[in-house]
Design a protein around this ligand. Structure first.
Ligand code: PLP
Length: 421
């Protein structure tokens, strides 16, 4: 006998389904109210949210595995891809929509590996070198792909230690990666320098712009300086950029882009050795809904360049306030010099775990602090956070002054995690 809950014999009335689900939802974090600073939900405003949702529903049953059967999805994907390549300043290039940043990085590294097999047949033990700050998705992909990963401790300003990286390169290195910007500290790796080193040694270079890719172009258009990261940089062969982050598309949408259409043959899985004959895919999934592609198209077309620029400026202003006001709180400092809209703050006198617990107790969904350096991650993922910014800063001041008295009333079990088993 199974010890698991038996599958209910009878179906539920539709109304009862909604009742159960709405009830379950009560426990979810209030992201619409901006109570989730730094993780999980990017949210521009109700209009953008609605447009994405309606488009998602309209194309819910489509299958992006069969673009011939669904020319609608084919049109949406190719237009989103065109817009992305143009925003990333690609002269030529190709791109695909994937399910998220992790898949985009996976496909980029898979392409790099196949490219290396074809162009550097002497490599027997393919290796990737990245800074210690790079997202775990690099290692996740490397595990599937059988690549060895070497992570280099960053410099004091959290950028890549170029000398150490050079020292780690050998004749087996096929990929170097850099972040634009890094997920937690928010600084950009030196993409120009890294891509030049890669190019001079016939190594693939990948820019991970998962968080920044759909924000940096608009911030730059608004006149703020952004370090070089896109296809204007010589040697950048691929870019990952998430539509479901600052593209504000419903989750399940990201771009993997390549500088040259010639790399596509290393990207696709093209197979014939089974009874049905030829089967070709460009991304990891087989069957996948066209809904997230349609929804990304709808949101991008709804906002247009002008809409994104406006949101980018609002997000930028929230960043400016945080960079001013957090270090003004006694005992706190912002780590490094964040160059976009994600940042982390630490404390010389207090344990950041206690601060995180204090914020969690005050109803801010707070994820375990970064390990090295110990810091609380803060990303302006949502314009809703801007609306409760004063409240957040007040609560943070209160938590800090309470901890300074030496009494620690906060329960650490309220702190969340980045990812789950
Ligand atoms: C979010 C993020 C990822 C992973 O993206 P998912 O969509 O969560 O798979 C990778 N790299 C960076 C820099 C990111 O910000």
């Amino acid at each position: 006998m199974t010890k698991h809950t038996p599958f209910p014999e009878k179906g539920l009335e539709e109304s009862a389904i909604w009742q159960v689900m709405d009830c379950a939802k009560q426990g979810d974090v209030d992201w619409r109210g901006g109570r989730l600073p730094g993780f999980y939900v990017h949210f521009a405003n109700d209009d953008v949210d609605r447009v994405g949702k309606i488009a998602f529903q309209k194309f819910q049953a489509t299958n992006a595995l069969g673009l011939g059967a669904f020319p609608s999805i084919k049109k949406f994907e190719s237009e989103v891809v065109e817009w992305a390549l143009s925003l990333f300043q690609a002269k030529e290039g190709v791109a695909s929509i994937t399910s998220g940043g992790t898949e985009s990085i996976f496909i980029a590294l898979k392409t790099a590996r196949e490219w290396a097999k074809a162009t550097r047949p002497e490599v027997t033990h393919a290796k990737m070198v990245i800074s210690h700050s790079a997202h775990p998705a690099f290692d996740k992909a490397a595990k599937y792909l059988g690549l060895e990963v070497v992570r280099i401790a960053p410099r004091a300003d959290f950028k890549t230690d170029i000398d150490a990286l050079k020292g780690a390169l050998d004749d087996q290195t096929i990929v170097i990666g850099g972040s634009a910007p890094q997920f937690t500290i928010g600084v950009f790796d030196q993409i120009e320098e890294l891509a030049a080193i890669a190019e001079s040694r016939n190594i693939w270079f990948h820019t991970d712009a998962c968080v920044g890719g759909f924000l940096s172009p608009f911030v730059e258009q608004n006149g703020h300086a952004i370090p070089a990261w896109d296809f204007r940089v010589k040697g950048v062969k691929s870019i990952s950029a998430d539509l479901h982050k600052y593209g504000f598309a419903p989750k399940g949408a990201s771009i993997v882009a390549f500088a040259d259409a010639g790399y596509q043959k290393f990207q696709v899985f093209d197979f014939t050795n089974w009874s049905r004959g030829r089967y070709v895919t460009s991304t990891f999934a087989g069957t996948r809904s066209g809904a997230s592609i349609a929804a990304a198209w709808a949101v991008m077309r709804f906002l247009g360049n002008e809409g994104y620029r406006k949101i980018a400026e609002q997000v930028w202003q929230i960043r400016e306030r945080l960079l001013r006001e957090i270090p003004a709180i006694d005992g706190l400092f912002v780590c490094g010099d964040p160059e976009l809209t994600v940042m982390s703050y630490g404390s010389k006198t207090l344990d950041v775990g206690d601060i995180a617990a204090g914020l969690a107790a005050k109803g801010w969904y707070t994820v375990t602090p970064s390990l090295n350096p110990p810091a609380i991650n803060l990303g302006i993922l949502s314009l809703a956070f801007g609306e409760v910014l004063d409240l957040y800063l007040n609560d943070l001041r209160e938590v800090v002054s309470q901890l300074k008295t030496g009494v620690n009333p906060f329960d650490r079990s309220l702190i969340g995690s980045y990812g789950t088993r």
